[in-house]
Design a protein around this ligand. Structure first.
Ligand SMILES: [Mn+2]
Length: 358
């Protein structure tokens, strides 16, 4: 039998048709169902849960979205607040009081709390883990789960509300890192569609909300104590409430066009955390992190981004006084300074002396 032309589906025989998938998905639910959508909250998971909730809102008795993690990233908090997302911690609900449980942007094996749930349906874009459930739609090539859910909404002929479209739009942007990561034409199509329905200014507001008010004191101390040598910025922040602060400050200094390396450290949970960033010009942050700190703790990363974490008790020769921020700062500089420089393309006597721009 010839397949009827399907404007929402993919080319016949080639890819998953979201219309077919939606039909199977809908069969799982009836009007008396109480549905629990379980996520590990990040923009894609939150948006996908909102979309699943929209798909089911008129088909079931109620839908609750619960997360296995504590939401504390500022951009996630902004998303939840500005888009009025109803989200509760999984610990606050009784899964056994629900008749259907849905996982979006996750698979059971991703989290022990998820693995223990009797899951009805899994919709995700992470690599296949052999999830067992009555309904599984895992598309590892997709840039985001939000793309899959956008296809479902379109197949169901449901126009997303402004807030839902904004959430999905932000999710695709986030998970594809503005299309610099794994992206399919399906992600672009979903994005293009959502663009017409989203509040772009609100999405931008959410995307740029990566700071907390309490972080400003670290900026102040970073600006006051930074050492700048040959385009390399060194900052030791001392005790920080969260290692993310070191990442934010390290990224911040890379925005200065003459800075080629940004190395920012801080102590948290009995560990020294060192964050490395560079401009990618003949440099290898992962190697520098490993050579500088690999003998003290875990250290590594990629060419432009890297990280080291050293237990504060483990440095014996010479012993480091981690209460003395100036000594720690000097130690980080000494460990990294010789290693963090441009690697010469041809052997040169002293790599540290090579100036990038002559
Ligand atoms: Mn995702």
């Amino acid at each position: 039998m010839m397949a009827a032309f399907d404007p929402e589906g993919a080319a016949p025989g080639m890819k998953v048709s979201s219309r077919d998938k939606l039909r199977d998905f809908n069969k799982l639910f009836s009007a008396a169902d109480r549905v629990l959508v379980v996520i590990s909250a990040d923009p894609d998971a939150i948006a996908s849960a909102m979309a699943a909730s929209r798909l089911l809102s008129r088909r079931v008795e109620n839908v609750t979205i619960a997360c296995v993690n504590a939401v504390d990233r500022p951009d996630n908090l902004a998303m939840i607040r500005l888009l009025k997302v109803g989200l509760v911690p999984l610990a606050q609900v009784k899964p056994e009081t629900f008749t259907r449980i849905l996982l979006v942007d996750s698979q059971p094996s991703h989290h022990e709390l998820m693995a223990g749930l009797p899951v009805t349906a899994v919709i995700d874009h992470h690599p296949e883990t052999g999830a067992k459930a009555p309904f599984v739609d895992v598309r590892p090539n997709y840039g985001s789960t939000a793309t899959i859910l956008t296809e479902y909404l379109r197949a169901a002929r449901l126009t997303p509300s402004r807030n839902l479209a904004t959430a999905l739009y932000h999710a695709i942007k986030t998970d594809t890192d503005d299309f610099k990561r794994q992206t399919l034409v399906e992600d672009l199509h979903a994005f293009q569609y959502l663009f017409r329905h989203a509040n772009i200014a609100l999405a931008r507001r959410i995307g740029q909300a990566d700071l907390r008010l309490e972080y400003l004191k670290y900026f102040k101390s970073a600006l006051q104590t930074m050492r700048l040598r040959k385009g390399r910025v060194f900052v030791h922040l001392g005790p920080v409430s969260n290692p993310d602060i070191c990442v934010i400050i390290a990224d911040f200094f890379m925005r200065i066009h003459t800075v080629s390396w940004s190395i920012v450290s801080g102590t948290c949970d009995q560990k020294l955390v060192v964050i490395f960033r560079n401009d990618g010009q003949r440099k290898n942050a992962g190697r520098v992190a490993k050579e500088s700190f690999g003998s003290f703790g875990s250290a590594g990363g990629h060419r432009t981004v890297a990280r080291a974490e050293i237990p504060l008790t483990d440095i014996k020769s010479p012993p480091i006084d981690f209460k003395d921020d100036r000594k720690v700062a000097a130690w980080v500089v000494i460990r990294t300074e010789k290693r963090a420089g441009p690697q010469p393309s041809a052997p040169k006597p002293e790599a540290g002396e090579v100036k990038a721009n002559g």
